[in-house]
Write a new protein. Sequence first.
Length: 547
Amino acid sequence: MKRWLAALLLLPGAAWGEVVRIHDLEAGDLAALRERYDFWGVDWRAGYAVFDLDARQRSKLEQAGYRITTDIYRGRELADWRRVIEKAGPQRGADTIPGRPCYRTVDATHATLAELATTYPDRATLSVIGDTWQADAGAAVGDSIRVLVLKNAASPHPKAPLVIAAAQHARELATAEIATRFAELLLQNPGDDPDIAWLLDHREIHVIAQANPDGRRQVELGAQMWRKNHNETACPAGNLDGTWPGIDLNRNSTFLWGNFSSADACSQSFRGPVAASEPETLAIENYLASVFDDQRPASDLDSPAPADARGIFISLHSFAEMVLFPWEGLGGQNENNAPNHDALAILGRRFGFLNHYAVGRWDLLGPAGGTAVDFAYGEFGVAAYTFEVGTTFTQSCDSFESTVWPDNRDALLLAAKAARRPYLEPAGPEVTALQVAFSGAVRLTGTADDTRFFRGNVTEPPDDPVSDVVEMRVSLNLPEHLATETWAFPVAIPGQQADFDVSLPPDIPSEGTLFVTAVDDSGQPGLARVVEYTDLIHANGFEAETP
């Protein structure tokens, strides 16, 4: 990068725009504005979109009839953060981002992933899957794309894949931290939760925490609103409105490339000269091809993946508090839904119940072509989602720690559970409370719930599959589809939310792990919840409760 431009990024007097709210946009208008201006996100509850506009742009849009107000909150937050960055100066080698100590830098993220692989060699492997544009060009500042793979290497069981990719867009601070903390959670399991412990025996979880490390470094060095990768040939001079060089990696994928994206090299949504022009894009696409099975023909938009397809891909972005799914790159109404739309919506609404996000496809944000999510679903048939996390790019640490991280942590845990049959099992009831005790026999009590769906303001089909819970199934030491010992018990009083109280046979082993699944009145089982019991019989009354 030219020295003068690097210096410009750090100047407090660079001609920043104004953060504004554009109210009551129709989907088509939002899609058009996203291509031409610096779009930030949406507040779907309050009904406005957030943009960064200069005075000329704002005046032009107001004259065209758009109602625009200043976003005082986000503007002040950004100004405060800029002052911290300017005061701190370049922080090469720092562990956290100045002013946002809850977010690790690229270097610290990579160090954490390496440390996890070293500390847990039987359950974590760190690999390089490709280079960045800068590295590919031979620049000393160039980096690599890395993936941490989590699985119990000693476990003989089939392992369905979940891939999480974060920080494709450099300025979206929370996403890389969520991905990194999720890896830490699965490996460290600080509460010794058996409902987490079993996952690495039966799942293969791939964490790409920094999908655009060169772009993120520019944010860390002072260009707070850098979004794209660091391809210096795209918009090489930049401009004083804060549109920096680079290509939008989430418009550069090969599936539906060219749709609903910008051909302007200085646009924040510039798609690149050709599909998959960027080494970062190729690294992700080639890696997904090595992880996922081909489960639908990629040559058309109409053939569904089979109902028993396996695998989930989640692309973490910010902000808008939304869960989006394919097709992101097609316009139109329900006639352009992805072939597995209904099953995608059902699992999406399970996520939405946990993170309280609106759930739908393109009409929430407007369409965007060439996204990683459309590639993952289109090429391989896996259940693929964009999580637009939080309410701002520079999410405060208070709100990240109290809301953004815990809500999305729980949604990602659900994704790990659902990865084996994402189009089937999420339609069944969830076990929301589970206790194990000994009272003459091993006894399980708790609650199963088939109402845990949330869609926000979205009205698209299907209806939520809410039914009565009628049966509990219990398997010993393995999930039901692998277990040699299973038991089924009717629910005493069926209902959409039903309590259960069942006693297992007296001759079961004195300790073990129980997989507990609820079944609705259509015969649809849900996702299992796991509890351990330890020598309850000999403890004569010892009781354990799951978290």
